[in-house]
Write a protein that binds this ligand. Structure first.
Ligand SMILES: Cc1cc2nc3c(=O)[nH]c(=O)nc-3n(C[C@H](O)[C@H](O)[C@H](O)COP(=O)(O)OP(=O)(O)OC[C@H]3O[C@@H](n4cnc5c(N)ncnc54)[C@H](O)[C@@H]3O)c2cc1C
Ligand SMILES: NC(=O)c1ccc[n+]([C@@H]2O[C@H](COP(=O)([O-])OP(=O)(O)OC[C@H]3O[C@@H](n4cnc5c(N)ncnc54)[C@H](O)[C@@H]3O)[C@@H](O)[C@H]2O)c1
Length: 452
């Protein structure tokens, strides 16, 4: 379409936060290019979600089976790490993103498999070539944060861990966010002696504190150790093992350290300094139209400075929205629906919509704005029958019109429960509508709300 430039749109980064928008854009007749330095699909299918949940699936199954260990004659199941990792290598490393590659090719998108550097607001340097576009979309994602302490080079990140052929005997995990808790869970299921170092005194900030506390207690029961407010000072080698220095001159010997202290926007060498695009340590600044401070340059996905959860479905939603904006199908700012999110630990914690702390803060400003109902589900018939007597609880948030606007659960299958509730919340279903649905019985869906 554009005569002045090589392309109508160039995307930098080929993660879910770009490909899911670039393909439909090209299918509508736009001339599109994608620049990717590592692998089509980016983090999620290659060294993120899919690798993680491939390793987690047997761990989760073992957790659920172990609730019935007394019925199975007292046997406790453990994951065979080597076999689990071999399965992960077969499923993932042989090219999980081939479907994405086919879609890109079929849409006629030109792919440059190299690092892209911005030279100005319209030009990207790819190897020795300069390519130009009417519009640029920056989707470089995030990379692991590394602690800035002595010996940090002795530690590993999530990407290393997700390809670890031999599980160490002892492992220290730094950080209790999504990555720390999820990967500690799979290592524990594989039989490693896992110690998790918490930055503060509570894990998973953003999740309902009593549920996060229950998760820690449950993981401790399963053999994991937690060190609260462990100020990590450094790492050193000692013989054939490692030492973590923390707190007040305390030391802990271990065989492997996973630094899960967070992820940072991947903006190094992107060439932002050659443009007028504004950014900060939280990412690229965008307005409600995913537009940066330069009108023809947009950004989506993990690398933007945004309060929205940094997840695959949110990155996908943003890029799909951008496609509709660029094709003129919408001229409205993006409106993100309620976002469901889960920590894939055993048990899981999952939530969607207005969370309990938000609701409490809302009630402080305007008393009676929200009704918060929490329930221990261990005696609920479905949870009991499915062996979930160890830990199971749910919190629901209703607005002043008694409409469900938020939900959070801890249980072996909290991800499924919240997935279902997320659909109802997104459709703004009223309690009456929900009650009038015929649901499968027996199933987790049969009693989503009626007991509350
Ligand atoms: C261990 C782990 C587990 C996760 N689990 C989940 C989960 O269960 N559910 C969930 O929803 N989310 C999960 N996430 C988050 C999810 O992976 C991200 O939100 C999602 O991948 C973001 O997509 P993106 O396209 O913005 O970035 P990415 O997928 O990171 O893609 C960015 C791409 O840009 C490329 N790139 C960067 N700079 C340049 C450049 N200058 N030139 C060329 N190419 C460049 C990179 O190589 C990369 O391929 C997980 C993340 C991790 C790390
Ligand atoms: N299940 C999922 O959907 C999933 C899974 C993995 C990652 N993600 C996404 O990836 C992003 C990053 O996840 P993450 O777990 O890497 O980051 P995070 O921000 O969730 O957690 C980082 C953890 O490191 C701790 N920390 C920070 N500085 C520290 C220090 N100096 N010493 C010790 N601990 C320190 C923090 O307190 C926190 O517990 C999240 O935004 C999440 O949305 C999602």
């Amino acid at each position: 379409m554009s005569k002045k430039y090589d392309y109508d749109v160039i995307y930098i980064g080929a993660g879910v936060g770009s490909v899911n928008g670039a393909v439909p854009l090209a299918n509508r007749g736009y001339k599109v290019a994608i620049v990717e330095s590592q692998a089509i699909g980016g983090t999620c299918p290659n060294w993120g979600c899919t690798a993680k949940y491939t390793l987690d699936a047997p761990a989760q199954l073992a957790y659920r089976a172990n609730q019935f260990s007394h019925i199975y004659g007292g046997n406790i199941l453990h994951v065979n790490w080597k076999r689990d990792m071999a399965r992960k290598h077969r499923n993932i490393d042989s090219g999980p993103a081939t479907g994405m590659e086919h879609r890109i090719k079929a849409a006629g998108i030109k792919t440059y498999m190299t690092h892209g550097t911005l030279l100005d607001n319209h030009t990207v340097k790819v190897d020795d070539q300069k390519i130009t576009a009417d519009k640029l979309v920056l989707v470089p994602g995030m990379t692991p944060h590394h602690l800035n302490v002595p010996g940090t080079e002795l530690t590993h990140d999530s990407r290393n861990f997700l390809s670890l052929d031999d599980l160490p005997k002892r492992m220290v995990v730094i950080g209790t966010g999504y990555v720390g808790i999820e990967l500690a869970t799979v290592a524990n299921a594989g039989g490693a002696d896992v110690t998790v170092m918490m930055h503060h005194d509570r894990p998973l900030r953003g999740f309902y504190e009593p549920f996060a506390d229950q998760l820690v207690k449950s993981l401790e029961k399963q053999g994991m150790h937690f060190v609260k407010s462990a100020k990590v000072a450094g790492f050193k080698k000692s013989g054939n093992h490692l030492v973590v220095e923390y707190g007040d001159h305390q030391e802990l010997a271990t065989d492997y350290v996973l630094d899960a202290s967070g992820r940072v926007p991947n903006l190094k060498h992107l060439g932002l300094e050659n443009t007028n695009v504004k950014y900060n340590r939280h990412g690229i600044e965008v307005n409600g139209y995913m537009q940066t401070s330069v009108p023809n340059v947009y950004a989506t996905g993990d690398a933007i400075d945004s309060k929205i959860e940094k997840l695959s479905p949110t990155a996908t939603y943003e890029t799909k929205y951008l496609t509709r904006l660029l094709t003129g199908e919408t001229n409205k700012p993006m409106a993100m629906p309620a976002v469901p999110t889960a920590v894939y630990s055993s048990p899981r914690i999952a939530k969607v919509g207005v969370d309990v702390d938000q609701a409490k803060a809302g009630n402080q400003k305007h008393p009676g704005n929200f009704k918060i109902v929490t329930k221990d589900l261990r005696n609920h018939m479905w949870y009991k029958a499915t062996g979930q007597t160890h830990v199971a609880a749910r919190a629901l948030v209703f607005n002043r019109f008694n409409r469900l606007v938020g939900a959070e659960e801890i249980s072996g299958r909290a991800d499924d429960a919240i997935s279902m509730l997320a659909i109802l919340i997104s459709l703004h279903a009223t309690n009456e509508q929900i009650e009038n649905m015929v649901r499968l019985f027996p199933s987790q869906a049969s009693d989503l709300l009626s007991d509350f």
